[in-house]
Design a protein around this ligand. Sequence first.
Ligand code: MGD
Ligand code: MGD
Ligand code: SF4
Ligand code: MO
Length: 738
Amino acid sequence: MQNTATPTHCPYCALQCGMNLTPVPGGTVEVSERADFPVNRGALCGKGRTAPEVLSSRVRLTSPLVRSAAGELEPASWEEALDRIAEGLTSVRAAYGADALGVFGGGGLTNEKAYTLGKFARVVLGTSQIDYNGRFCMSSAAAAGMKAFGLDRGLPFPLEDIPRTGCVILVGSNLAETMPPALRYLTELKANGGTLIVVDPRRTKTAEQADLHLAPRPGTDLALALGLLHLVVAEGRTDEAYVQERTSGWEDARAAAMAHWPEYVERITGVSVPDLREAVRLFCEPETAMVLTARGPEQQSKGTDTVGAWINLCLATGRAGRPYSGYGCLTGQGNGQGGREHGQKADQLPGYRKLTDPAARRHVAEVWGVDPGSLPGPGRSAYELLDALGTDIRSLLLMGSNPVVSAPRAAHVEERIRSLDFLAVCDVVLSETAALADVVLPVTQWAEETGTTTNLEGRVLLRRQAITPPEGVRSDLEVMHELAARLGVEKGFPTDPEEVFEELRRASAGGPADYSGITYRRLVEENGVFWPCPAAGDDEPDAGARGTGAAAPDTDAEDAALDVLPDDPAGDGEVPGHRGTPDGHPGTPRLFLDRFATEDGRARFVPVSHRAIAEEPDDEYPVLLTTGRVVAQYQSGAQTRRVDELNAAAPGPFVELHPRLAARLGAAEGDPVAVVSRRGRAVAPARITANIRPDTVFMPFHWPGEGRANTLTNPALDPTSRMPEFKACAVRLEPVEP
Ligand SMILES: Nc1nc2c(c(=O)[nH]1)N[C@H]1C(S)=C(S)[C@@H](COP(=O)(O)OP(=O)(O)OC[C@H]3O[C@@H](n4cnc5c(=O)[nH]c(N)nc54)[C@H](O)[C@@H]3O)O[C@H]1N2
Ligand SMILES: Nc1nc2c(c(=O)[nH]1)N[C@H]1C(S)=C(S)[C@@H](COP(=O)(O)OP(=O)(O)OC[C@H]3O[C@@H](n4cnc5c(=O)[nH]c(N)nc54)[C@H](O)[C@@H]3O)O[C@H]1N2
Ligand code: SF4
Ligand SMILES: [Mo]
């Protein structure tokens, strides 16, 4: 590896901040500012800055582990570990059939890995039972976006458009903690005279920035959006011409919204009628406005309808598919967007194609060199898959998730995982879930391998290798290559990420998420490319209908050119030389400006009505629990809980509660509090603040053990997206003797 700085991207969240990495002795890297990447312009949060700590062999896995006869995980050779997995999978398949083999992926995996995992499940294992943790993330927004716009891409515009709009309603996003460098876009919005409305039951660091903070009862965003739409109509603020010209279904959606009177909505949400009116005024008065949602309104058993209601608000007011206006979802994981496009999802084939679409099956089967009839159909969603472990599903291959900490009703999920006949986990660290495995494979990490991710804007990026991985670890791609060979598939599982990407380009060609015009070289030279980006001369999207040949790189010269990434001798992120494909498709930073991706080009209103959360508080469980994140920990904490600086900033779980609730409980700051739901009991210190509604407590979900928030959460699923209700369930509080 070169000794100069390599421009690349952070391993964690969907912002995919640019950073420069310089190798340092000890096998890790030094992070320095990379100012040329427009999304973060050099800024990083503490997680990104400290990410190299997890490269250190002090905290990461460097040898395969195999469970011994005595029941202990013990170091083993790669040969032994891979053979054990092949045996485990083969014997389960022989006894119970291919659908007894489960596969669980992650939105942190690169596009190349996610693509290969989906292919591995369907082609090598022949199982339909694959899904991934993105189901727990933005699946409700994805489903709602598909319904309304005919396409799901988190943001249909770049972040740089945010400061240029008139008003942003930010619904259930704590951006200041979950994507700190992106806060700049909101600050610039306000400096330009735009206004910010934040919808969150807590007065978060993000809500502190708002011109108007609405603090609804958790799980009532659907009613809130309907109430706002009611007022839009009642106050004559509908954009009739736009509705006529660019949408369908308005009459039904309007009728549904009109049943949600402001006073009724105030009773459901706790947001006052004057505040509702003020929100409508701020949103409607400027020429342009946006609604952005994150996990708050989405992680609900009615998340799809809820996002649909916010989209309806945008459509009725002409705020979608126009410059500096629109609806967007802030995706979460590093490859939250790309991870949901290329086939690790239960119902999906690469290029965001549907597994049930015969043309899509033909197209992908041809790229894979298999019979379309051999591809299994759609499988179970993430929670349903985890719930079936040990019964219908007897073995699990897990790559890129830690469900013992992050899945809803986690004690039950943990028990299901323990009941498996065979569990294999690929991870960089010994996560709580890996610790339960029969075989653990230690894999390479971000700075040690190359691959693409797609950030929250739909911008495809190249994460470049900066250092040589330590002895003893292999990449996820190598793992799948070796396992495929052991299971009788010698070809089709390359270990070189660029080779995988070339195949992904062909598989995605003509699909909704078309990457066929994107090459590694373009990603370096152009600092990312927004999809859809069809190959040159091939820009008529036609889902699944085209043969495989059309988009393949066509000349040896092109193949040869793709082989090597241009060097970056100055180490400044500027790559000298030519600019790839001068006549290539430029990519699509802004979607829907001419038409929506529906058949008739019109956005579709979806008629929705308020309904209660799956588990309303009652006498026995009178308080609402909601869950989420803190700035210094990432997800299940598997990686960030291994970094001293982050642990010092966020050492453990807590229960955030209002002084009135604390007084009733007799709890002082820092006293242990038990939170009890129908699923279980968790204990964590009280953090008392008037920044939360008095009827609600909040717990971050980053820790295992006694303070595990997911011991409590309700796995009630959204009927469309199959998203669990992480953001609202009924609990009671009990004092604990310290
Ligand atoms: N520091 C850090 N950053 C992260 C992550 C991390 O784990 N740690 N994870 C990444 C990932 S994968 C994701 S998905 C994103 C998530 O990013 P966010 O969505 O910003 O994160 P959350 O904290 O889950 O939820 C946001 C807010 O929703 C509020 N909320 C709770 N219930 C409701 C409700 O019913 N309605 C509304 N309107 N709001 C509600 C919470 O109070 C919280 O402040 O963050 C990404 N970035
Ligand atoms: N209560 C509650 N629960 C939640 C949420 C919530 O808001 N509230 N949010 C949900 C959301 S939005 C999400 S996204 C999930 C996330 O929760 P998880 O799915 O558990 O995500 P991570 O903790 O990021 O787990 C990733 C695992 O993969 C490993 N890993 C990282 N990179 C790689 C790689 O390249 N290859 C392999 N093989 N392994 C890798 C990491 O070390 C880690 O062990 O949690 C969900 N759970
Ligand atoms: S905001 Fe996200 S991408 Fe940026 S440094 Fe922090 S964790 Fe990494
Ligand atoms: Mo997420």
